[in-house]
Design a protein around this ligand. Structure first.
Ligand code: HEM
Length: 558
């Protein structure tokens, strides 16, 4: 009788799923969600999610693999560590295989050298297209190139950088710091990650749409758009790990989570369209001289207004719906604008809030790092006070200019080090269009998934040395100055032509928040708190970060 492996190989061969070669016992089988072969039974023990496949007719059973839902990333990391190539093949029993690599040479090859061969795969496009439409995240080819070109131009402008800075600083000074001061005065415990998520959502909506959902203002009712966005993101992420058959059934019947997603999408679209229409009207009023353009130009610094004001660079049927009064200059279509903005909101919300949460948790376990950050900030504030007193200015000590943030090398190193260990996007998959061979010799058959794995990369002794698991900002500093690593070794923001567009904004936001909060408060985490990660589109702390907030005079070590 043929072995289980022969059997699986036959199945995959017949489905032409790009398994590539034969399945061997060394392959790591990660997730099994659609085992439809009648010959085998499937048993899943929920505490540990151990997966067992049983040959029903002979009563033989094979534990092909087991993974614990709480540490799936570590499970993959261990496998990668043990390979000289730092590359493994994982099997999704739904019918496709995915290579995962922590090898910087492979990462450079996939993300830059042979970029054209590695595109967004169907797992993402199939499950996220309701929310993200034709936006930059899911787009490939010409659609992506056009958006990237336009957005890159905007993202390198000084005016957008200043707008980002002022938006984040205002949210910090007017909402987050006063809220934490209140919590501090009553001695309550709070979920800091939840506050960071609200903070990031407010900031990114102001940047994206010029709209303030005021999620950090608990005196206001929750904005429907924010709730709908939350719901749509969570359901879209869950889709990736759901049984395709059940998902299709729910979609066909419009029931359960699919119905909720549909409702949430209607709310998001209504909201986005109403903002777009209002903004279009303003532009028409300006063009016809009915409104004073100077005041509006001051307000309309957000991404939506910027994209709206741009003429389309190349005529493309996906971007221009029709030519009417609003589209005189060949502007982008409403649907396309909606996709652009929603994509930026998704990109900017959960990533920075997860990054900040892990950072503050790491500080709570490494007080010497926190003290060194404060010392660095104190020097900068001292210098500022000296200059300001001479020139008669008075800046609040929680506000920092872009130039001051640039001087905070140690803080930059500490945030980067935290992202190395806890990357908000822990692994990122592509799909090979054609057969290929990676620099480490791994053969990649066409239509196979290939993922680079920033989480595993941050934990490789071969890349970062024996102390790779330690939180050591110093590894990024030379003579007190931050020295970046190759983006293919530190691939937290991706690299190459599709490198994260919001990288500078994300670093600016995280440094502003860290500097602003650390000059006012210190945070303590319950002693027995051991964080684990939740897996969705990003990697937040599972169930949040419980903290108590203390004024700076509080000594955590006494
Ligand atoms: C710590 C925070 C952040 C991290 C770790 C991060 C990471 C990433 C990664 C890994 C990608 C590649 C995703 C893929 O192609 O599959 C990406 C793309 C992108 N990010 Fe970020 N991101 C962060 C914050 C932001 C922010 C705040 C914004 C917006 C203001 C942003 C905007 C984008 C955009 C537009 C893309 C798509 C680029 C393209 O495909 O050409 N990101 N980011």
């Amino acid at each position: 009788m043929s072995s289980l492996f022969d059997h699986l190989n036959e199945k995959f061969k017949s489905k032409k799923m790009g398994l590539g070669g034969v399945l061997t016992k060394e392959d790591v089988i990660v997730i099994t969600w659609t085992l439809t072969m009648q010959e085998y039974g499937l048993s899943i023990s929920l505490q540990q999610l151990k997966i067992k496949i049983c040959e029903v007719n002979t009563n033989k059973s094979y534990t092909i693999s087991g993974w614990n839902a709480n540490n799936m990333l570590d499970y993959m990391t261990d496998y990668m560590k043990n390979q000289s190539t730092m590359t493994i093949r994982t099997m999704f029993l739904g019918g496709f295989s995915m290579y995962m690599t922590a090898n910087p040479e492979n990462v450079e090859y996939i993300l830059k050298t042979n970029f054209e061969n590695y595109q967004k795969g169907f797992l993402l496009t199939r499950n996220l297209s309701n929310l993200l439409g034709d936006g930059i995240f899911l787009a490939n080819g010409e659609k992506w190139k056009l958006q990237r070109k336009v957005a890159s131009h905007e993202f390198t402008s000084n005016s957008l950088r200043n707008f980002m800075h002022d938006t984040v600083q205002a949210e910090l000074n007017n909402r987050l710091i006063p809220l934490l001061a209140k919590i501090c005065s009553v001695g309550a415990s709070i979920d800091l990650q939840d506050l960071f998520m609200r903070f990031a959502f407010d900031s990114i909506c102001k940047l994206g749409f010029g709209v303030d959902p005021a999620c950090l203002d608990f005196s206001l009712p929750n904005v429907k758009f924010a709730q709908a966005f939350d719901m749509a993101t969570a359901i879209s992420a869950d889709r990736i790990l759901s049984f395709p058959f059940i998902l299709k059934l729910k979609q066909a019947l419009n029931v359960g989570s699919e119905r909720k997603l549909h409702e949430a999408m209607c709310q998001i679209d209504d909201f986005a369209m109403s903002v777009i229409h209002t903004r279009r009207k303003q532009l028409v009023d300006i063009a016809s001289g009915r409104t004073n353009s100077e005041n509006l130009e001051d307000q309309n610094m957000d991404l939506l207004s910027r994209f709206m004001g741009l003429p389309v660079q190349e005529k493309d049927s996906s971007t221009v719906e029709h030519e009417d009064e609003n589209h005189k200059q060949g502007a982008f279509s409403d649907g396309f604008l909606r996709d652009i903005v929603i994509n930026f909101i998704l990109a900017g919300r959960d990533t920075t809030s997860a990054g900040l949460s892990w950072f503050f948790w790491l500080l709570s376990c490494n007080r010497h790092v926190e003290d060194t950050i404060r010392a660095e900030i104190a020097k900068i504030v001292k210098f500022r006070v000296h200059v300001d007193s001479k020139e008669g200015r008075d800046n609040p000590s929680t506000s920092f200019t872009y130039e001051e943030l640039k001087q905070m090398h140690y803080l930059h190193a500490a945030v980067t080090e935290s992202l190395r260990l806890y990357p908000p996007v822990p692994l990122d998959g592509k799909m090979a269009l054609e057969d290929d061979v990676l620099p480490d010799g791994t053969h990649i058959p066409k239509r196979t998934g290939v993922a680079y794995h920033p989480y595993a990369m941050g934990r490789m002794e071969k890349l970062w040395g024996d102390d790779c698991l330690e939180f050591k900002p110093e590894r990024w500093l030379k003579d007190g100055v931050f020295v970046p690593e190759s983006p293919y070794k530190f691939a937290v923001f991706q690299a190459g032509p599709r490198v994260c567009l919001g990288k500078d904004f994300a670093m600016l936001q995280m440094k502003l928040v860290a500097a602003g909060l650390l000059t006012q408060f210190t945070f303590s985490v319950p002693e027995n708190f051991k964080p684990t990660y939740a897996l969705s589109l990003t990697m937040p702390i599972k169930n949040g970060l419980p903290v108590r907030v203390h004024p700076l005079t509080y000594r955590h070590d006494l």
